[in-house]
Design a protein around this ligand. Structure first.
Ligand code: 3UK
Length: 546
């Protein structure tokens, strides 16, 4: 028996306190996110405006609304109704957006999964979410079909893109269906989606977002930081299944009647070409992607980036050096912002014209952000502590009451697990994840701080710094280093890197151990998986001790 939604939500007493300091986020009790994002823009003359650019296809708001309505009728005819959970597994293509909006119109809860996930991970998510149906892209069906053995509730597979004989085809569901459909009268507090974390710190956790949460992110972050208009075109590479992408490539453009530009997998040249060809004005990328684009020779001469008004960087800190080089070469400001799957999107961001390179930025209008100690007391400027957030969005873990109590603490604050310093001017500076703090011989050393310094060395392409168990010191600082092409690893170079860190930072922070590697482990969303390197070190220590 599939669990009911009410059984999967955390107890109300453990919900974060919701803060509505902005008039824009005080929504009526009846609210349907798809009506707000789509139907408002599809009526009358406005329906002729572009909504989605994908390869050589353009979908107007009017056409998009007709397809969404036809699919919604088709899903209903297939027995899928309000409160059901539908797993969504496609690349970044119009079918994702059409399915997502059709589900929202019906009050069906979407559970989008990253295209790269494998059968075991998909089975976990499908079973945990209680998904009874899935929309899957033909080219991504195999792993989901394997997963079905462990996900008994998953009864219907709807195949989009290339379907085979005998499939319940996505395209078939639209056939002969009416082009109009009134959205369900969903509640503002009704569950719209469950987004799974990438699991960079353990098993994936479902994060619930209500109809109002999704709009609130657009009406705080997007409205005030991106100042969008109907003329904007949003683009970028994050998968639509990641809330960074759901916001940047679906919710934000559609909230403001703008267009979204979808593209295939990220490659630096393809991203630059897409910006130029589709006149993208706001682009969303992870910091690594900006660095890769900057490596494209003569990018400023070869690509016309004149349409670009803003670049957004999230998922990992944007180093000052990347910010500066991007600004100098493209003339466009890159706004760092920290967001999370739990909060739906960005809650601290840099603001155009007031960027401090290296800082994440200032609290997004509508959010209250503090740095606190382990007891929840606010710390003065300059002291490192835990980041605590309150705002119109917040963490509600699906079926994880224990994790919920860890995330929501100190009387309703969201505690993200990040260590931050607030400066005297109110800017927030990222230090590390609380579990990336290396304690060595009694010293506290933020691994990422050492990485930044290593990365400044001319021989280094990138690095990852973690704690390695050590008999004398408890732990020591261990650096995994990827060298630039053409640079050969050697003991001399390792010693030189150690000296470099000692010169730039308090000497106790230098990496006592250095290992040269070809590449670093990353999640699909581009995050460094330090957890994997930590485990490797634990394992090695265990073997050495045995
Ligand atoms: C880290 C950052 C420093 C930080 C995300 C924008 O990354 C997103 O969501 P995830 O759930 O991870 C959340 C964690 O990632 N992080 C994200 N951005 C930054 N650290 N500087 C940054 N700018 O540890 C945070 O707790 O995968 C980002 C929008 C939506 C998202 N889901």
């Amino acid at each position: 028996m599939t669990a009911t939604i009410a059984e999967c939500l955390p107890p109300r007493a453990l919900w974060p306190e919701r803060v509505y300091t902005l008039p824009e986020v005080r929504y009526p009790a009846r609210l349907n996110v798809a009506r707000e994002l789509l139907d408002r823009h599809a009526e009358g003359d406005r329906g002729g405006r572009p909504a989605i650019f994908s390869q050589d296809q353009v979908l107007t708001y009017g056409e998009l609304a007709r397809r969404v309505n036809r699919l919604a009728h088709g899903l209903r005819a297939a027995g899928i109704t309000r409160g059901d959970r539908l797993l969504l597994r496609t690349p970044n293509c119009p079918e994702f957006i059409i399915t997502w909006l059709a589900c929202q119109k019906l009050g069906v809860v979407t559970v989008a999964t990253m295209p790269m996930l494998r059968a075991r991970e998909l089975a976990y998510i499908a079973a945990d979410a209680g998904a009874t149906a899935a929309v899957v892209w033909g080219g991504l069906r195999e792993e989901l079909e394997k997963a079905r053995a462990q996900a008994p509730d998953l009864k219907q597979l709807i195949v989009a893109g290339e379907a085979r004989a005998g499939d319940l085809a996505w395209a078939g569901l639209l056939e002969g269906q009416p082009e109009r459909l009134e959205a369900e009268e969903t509640g503002a507090d009704e569950v719209a989606m469950v987004a799974y974390t990438s699991g960079s710190t353990g098993v994936p956790k479902g994060c619930v977002h209500l109809h109002r949460d999704i709009l609130a992110s657009a009406d705080s972050y997007a409205r005030y930081v991106l100042t969008p208009s109907e003329e904007d075109r949003f683009g970028g590479h994050p998968t639509l299944a990641f809330t960074f992408g759901t916001g940047g490539l679906l919710v934000f453009p559609f909230r403001f009647g703008a267009a979204t530009v979808l593209m295939g997998p990220f490659e630096p040249e393809r991203m630059l070409e897409t910006i130029a060809r589709h006149r993208i004005s706001v682009v969303f990328c992870a910091p690594t992607s900006y660095r890769l684009m900057l490596r494209v020779p003569e990018l400023e001469r070869r690509y016309d980036l004149g349409s670009l008004r803003l670049a957004v960087s999230a998922a990992e800190p944007l180093p000052a050096a990347t910010y500066t080089e991007w600004a100098e070469r493209t003339g466009v400001e890159c706004l760092d912002g920290i967001g999370s799957t739990e909060m739906f999107h960005i809650f601290i961001s840099s603001v155009k014209g007031r960027v401090r390179p290296g800082a994440t930025g200032v609290p997004v209008t509508g959010y209250d952000c503090r740095v606190v100690d382990e007891a929840g007391n606010e710390l003065p400027a300059g002291q490192a502590g835990l980041l605590a957030i309150k705002g119109p969005t917040g963490c509600k873990y699906w079926r994880k009451p224990d994790r919920q109590a860890e995330y929501v603490r100190f009387g309703g604050w969201n505690v993200t697990g990040d260590v931050y310093v607030r400066d005297a001017d109110g800017y927030f500076w990222y230090q590390c994840r609380s579990d990336d703090m290396i304690v060595s011989g009694g010293y506290k050393i933020p691994g990422p701080e050492v990485e930044h310094v290593l990365d400044e060395h001319e021989a280094v392409a990138e690095s990852a710094v973690v704690a390695a168990p050590d008999e004398t010191r408890g732990y020591v600082v261990k650096a995994y280093v990827v060298l630039k092409p053409g640079v050969a690893p050697s003991e001399e170079l390792a010693a030189e890197l150690q000296e470099h860190v000692k010169r730039e930072l308090a000497p106790y922070k230098y990496p006592r151990r250095i290992e040269f590697v070809e590449r670093l482990p990353r999640t699909e969303t581009g995050k460094l998986r330090r957890v994997e390197l930590r485990q490797r070190e634990q394992e090695a220590a265990r073997k050495a001790g045995a």
